[in-house]
Design a protein around this ligand. Sequence first.
Ligand code: GRF
Length: 200
Amino acid sequence: MQKNCIILASGNGSNALNLIGKFYGRKNNGSSSINIVAVVSNVPNAPVVEKVRKNEPELPVFVIPFTHLSERDRFERELDDIIGKYNIDFIILAGFMRILSKEFVSKFSRKIINIHPSLLPAFKGRDSIKRAYGYGVKYTGVTVHYVTPEVDSGEIICQEVVKIEDNDDIDSLEAKVHSIEHKIYPIALKSIIGDVVYKS
Ligand code: GRF
């Protein structure tokens, strides 16, 4: 049985576009157990909004502004309505830069998944790639994990290591990390929603 998934994104949208390319229903012809049925952004002018609308005009994209904490209740109420309307099974965070409330996260326990550009628990929070590079670690990576009320702390679903070479700069490192994200996020999602066993 297919599982309906909604993507939440705030920024550039490379992970969102990658997942849509693999799991948007119209494309996978029902062959995948994952079906992306809608996208929500909290940032009206985020590149992800325009990119998804341009690439997949029939995929519903909702913009629910949420910058300040005072907007969170309304954001979550509207998101909850969309989740109900589209019978959503899983909520996939792909560069979603806001913290969801404890109540919301608890309501969807083990149904919200996030990707983080470091080897958690190292470099939680923002600018993880830059901070790892600045710290001088020799290895960083990517983590896919369940979302819990404590930020970047939920159970780890999978991780992959990225080696920082002497000749890497921040741009080359970011490119390496993103390319691993695009590789492992679909596999991680299939491993929990579909029928694939993840092997690192
Ligand atoms: C990614 O590095 C992801 O791990 C982090 O936010 C970034 C989003 O990039 N949570 P994009 O918008 O998917 O290009």
